[in-house]
Design a protein around this ligand. Structure first.
Ligand code: UD1
Ligand code: CA
Length: 459
């Protein structure tokens, strides 16, 4: 059977108090609704329908490029009305209803739910909550089968005592939906077309309602305000931390880790507190990351050490490299084995050869350094002339004295030496010494200027 997934995302989200539509607020750096879309794609959905309303244009824009069918629900007349808007575009197989503001629902939970669906069965995900206030309650018949959902606002005192709640997530066949949705009425406390009323219709016609529960309640938790958003964020990050530790990573504190993307780690990786990983990051075995470092879209080879407060973005480190503290590696940085980039050094689009060192206070951009190069403190590649970027080439074992300005395009040959404080604007051949600075003058017995003595203050 084919699978259509309908994701409801038309609600306003007033309690977020935000100009940004609720479903675009991020969890782990990714809009909530993207989590749901990705999970749905993982289930092998043939079509994804996203029902939008409030902030429709923003949502559409943000999700451009995803293979989605947007369905506009101009007026929010309830969850049943929302699903009905997608009815025309559904196939003939199974339909799964998800929510753009319930981001952490897991693949396995949904896949089990879908397995229970056929012409004679629909499936409903329920959760038992200590405080069920506000939720739809699951009413079961004498045989213990789910037979109806009653919304909190429509429920009697006795029904409100029920703690088994509707998560909202359900699955059925498209045929069943086509039979049931046109029959919904808005004759209830909220004057809305409730999707939940299909449960009673199913029970009446003899379609069995299979129920399942999620492994954990956070999976089905929705976000209505920023407190709930932060709670889900932490729950998600803790799960990520546990996954990493189970895989052989030492975390100084699992509560102080943020992964916003995909972090893959080899064995015996150590991550200190306060680190943030964004995009696709790979840390090979034995990598150590010091506190408060940020690593984005980078590949760190075995045995590298990233010291505290470093920012790596789009960098590749071959192995046993040392970086930081306070280093900034920008996109296109490639450190060969045992290269070293120390404190207050910025690199960009730079290849640093094996064993080369840029230990302090430097900018190396649009450059290629051979192996065993030593770059002294305060060295700058002047790569930009105000209009264009130019390249700097430094040969193996060259020695660049401190406070050197390399005015690109320029080449420094192998084993060449640059005197400290030089401004190098012409190529220096292999093995040569290049010095380009004012010659020092020394004046013997120089009388230092002296202050005039102050006159006595008057009484
Ligand atoms: C709904 C369920 C309730 C369940 C609860 C779980 C109904 C009638 N009730 O209640 O049984 O316990 O979720 O959180 O379904 N939406 C639209 N268009 C609309 C209305 C809603 O897209 O016209 C979307 C909202 O953006 C939201 C979701 O559907 O993501 C749920 O709507 P909401 O109004 O929050 O339903 P609840 O009252 O919480
Ligand atoms: Ca809700």
């Amino acid at each position: 059977m084919t699978l259509d997934v309908v994701i409801l995302a038309a609600g306003q989200g007033t309690r977020m108090r935000s100009a940004t539509p609720k479903v675009l607020h991020p969890v782990a750096g990714k809009p909530m609704v993207r989590h749901v879309i990705d999970t749905a794609m993982g289930l092998g959905a043939d079509r994804l329908h996203v029902v939008i309303g409030h902030g429709a244009e923003r949502v559409r824009e943000r999700l451009a490029g995803c293979p989605l069918r947007f369905v506009v629900q101009a007026e929010q007349k309830g969850t049943g009305h929302a699903v009905a808007q997608a009815l025309d575009g559904l196939g003939d197989g199974k339909v799964l209803v998800l929510y753009g503001d319930v981001p952490l629902i897991r693949h396995d939970t949904l896949s089990a739910l879908l397995d229970a669906v056929d012409e004679r069965h629909m499936a409903l995900l329920t959760v038992t909550l200590a405080d069920p206030t506000g939720y739809g309650r699951i009413k079961r018949n004498a045989r213990g089968e789910a037979a109806a959902i009653v919304e909190h606002k429509d429920a009697s005192e006795a029904e409100r005592a029920i703690t088994e709640c509707n998560t909202g997530i359900m699955a059925m066949t498209a045929d069943q939906l086509r039979r049931w949705l046109p029959r919904l009425s808005s004759d209830n406390a909220q004057g809305e077309y409730y999707l939940t009323d299909v449960i009673a219709m199913a029970a009446e016609e003899g379609t069995a309602i299979a129920t399942a529960q999620p492994a954990s309640a956070t999976e089905v938790e929705g976000v209505n305000n920023r407190l709930q958003l932060a709670r889900l964020e932490r729950a998600h990050q803790l799960a990520e931390a546990e996954r990493l530790m189970t895989g052989g990573v030492t975390l100084a504190d699992p509560a102080r880790l943020d992964v916003r993307g995909r972090l893959r780690c080899g064995q015996d990786v150590e991550i200190d507190v306060g680190c943030v990983f964004e995009g696709e990051v790979e840390l090979a075995e034995g990598v150590r990351v010091g506190p408060y470092s940020i690593i984005r879209d980078s590949r760190i080879g075995p045995g590298c050490v990233i010291e505290a407060h470093s920012l790596l973005d789009g960098a590749i480190l071959d192995g046993e490299c040392q970086v930081g503290p306070f280093a900034r590696l920008r996109p296109g940085t490639h450190l060969a084995r045992q290269a070293k980039v120390g404190n207050f050094v910025e690199t960009k689009n730079a290849r640093i050869g094996e064993g080369s060192k840029i230990n302090h206070l430097s900018y190396v951009g649009d450059a290629r350094l051979g192996r065993d190069v030593n770059v002294g403190a305060g060295t700058i590649t002047c790569n930009y002339d105000g209009a264009n970027k130019h390249h700097t080439e430094i040969g193996d074992a060259a020695f660049i004295g401190s406070n050197t300005a390399l005015v690109a395009p320029v080449r420094v040959g192998e084993r060449a030496t640059i005197g400290a404080g030089s401004t190098i604007s012409r190529d220096v051949e292999a093995g040569a010494l290049g010095v380009a600075r004012g010659r020092q003058i020394t004046k013997a017995d120089w009388p230092r200027p002296r202050k005039q003595p102050k006159s006595e203050p008057k009484e």
